[in-house]
Write a protein that binds this ligand. Structure first.
Ligand code: FMN
Length: 360
């Protein structure tokens, strides 16, 4: 694998993927303003590095929910890994293990949760979409706990699917023989083509519960033996309410620009949320992380760790497990160097003073 950075890996992946899969992985909602903003916002943040600090030995490890990660980068939940590579989520889980981090497995996984957990030798967290069928949702929570998942990540920014025009154009649907393996028993496994729409948007509109609200977080907390994180927060008041309703962690996320277009870049939403959350809960961020310096900035602005979505899929498409390991290793190498150049020997050394005040 010779991709020099994640953008080069993206180009390799594009060559491997069908137009439908590429459009689904790459795309955002509407005009893809937020998709671009998530990236561009990092360029507007300047670093005030520290000098003459002994950085002869660096330690990139971080602790999340009591588990040590070798680097502060988790694998974000993304759907349908078998569209990228036949080894699918198993390859991703093995890669996360190899680099020493946690994978968050999507509800929309093309591999059953038990198989993924047993392929990984590290923590797997499970990302939950709540179905209108609460019985099936509750059974899914019990199933992923029994399988050994260590946390639940409730995604709250998708009461309906964002309008992803690329998927409407290509008529997104899962090929024959591929399905949402965790929902087989309930008959919710198929994502079929929909006339004039994305098959996934139609699936959401038909099966997932758009009436989800705060009392449902209480419900989930009451049935989940696992810690619960809330994913999709961009406001301090929603972060506060999440904690009041029992969340153990917050993920600042706009779904990689795939839901409400023109919404705020996640790195711009982070400071307010971090000021509200402090050390009361685990605070993670995703969206547009492509460079080691992006991670440095997110941690300086208050995140405890970050997640990456698309780069994992690029790695998977370009080289299966080895490709995902390469994606994560590139970020490890870049973060290590960025820390050294910024005067940080450990993750704890990455603090807000590294960020230059705007306009200076
Ligand atoms: C192809 C694709 C599928 C995704 N599927 C899910 C999903 O099933 N559940 C979820 O909570 N988020 C999903 N996301 C959002 C990611 O978890 C994450 O928020 C986003 O990808 C982060 O931005 P990045 O891709 O710029 O790193 C998906 C994103 C992509 C690109």
């Amino acid at each position: 694998m010779d991709a020099l950075n994640l953008m080069a890996l993206e180009k390799l992946a594009e060559r491997e993927l069908s137009a439908m899969t590429w459009g689904y992985y790459y795309g955002g909602a509407d005009d893809e303003v937020t998709l671009r903003r998530n990236r561009a916002a990092y360029e507007d943040i300047s670093l005030r590095y520290r000098v003459l600090v002994d950085v002869g030995e660096r330690d990139l490890s971080a602790t999340v929910l009591g588990s040590k990660l070798e680097l502060p980068v988790l694998v974000a939940p993304t759907a349908f890994h078998k569209l990228a590579h036949p080894d699918g989520e198993v390859a991703t889980a093995r890669a996360a293990t190899a680099v020493g981090t946690t994978m968050v497995l999507s509800t929309l996984s093309t591999t059953g949760v038990e198989e993924v957990v047993s392929a990984a030798e590290r923590d797997i967290w499970f990302q939950l979409y709540v179905y209108c069928d609460r019985g099936a949702t509750e059974a899914l929570v019990q199933r992923v706990h029994a399988a050994g998942c260590k946390a639940l990540v409730l995604t709250v920014d998708a009461p309906l699917l964002g309008r992803r025009e690329r998927d409407i154009r290509t008529g997104f649907a899962l090929p024959e023989g591929m399905g949402i393996e965790n929902m087989l028993a309930d008959g919710y496994a198929r994502v079929d083509a929909a006339e004039g729409d994305s098959g996934l948007a139609a699936y959401f509109a038909r099966l997932l519960d758009p009436s989800l609200c705060w009392k449902d977080l209480d419900w989930l907390r009451s049935i989940s033996p696992m810690p619960v994180l809330v994913k999709g927060i961009v406001r301090a008041d929603d972060a506060r309410r999440s904690i009041e309703h029992g969340a153990d962690g917050i993920i600042v996320s706009n779904h990689g620009g795939r839901q409400l277009d023109t919404s705020v870049a996640t790195i711009e939403a982070l400071p307010d949320v971090a000021a509200e959350v402090g050390d009361e809960a685990l605070l993670l961020l995703d969206g547009g992380i492509r460079r080691g310096t992006d991670i440095l900035k997110a941690l300086a602005l208050g995140a405890h760790a970050v997640l990456i979505g698309r780069p994992v899929l690029w790695g998977l498409a370009a080289g299966g497990q080895a490709g995902v390991e390469h994606a994560l290793s590139l970020l490890r190498t870049e973060l290590d160097l960025a820390m050294a150049l910024a005067g940080c020997a450990t993750i704890e050394d990455i603090r807000a003073d590294l960020i230059a005040p705007k306009g200076r």
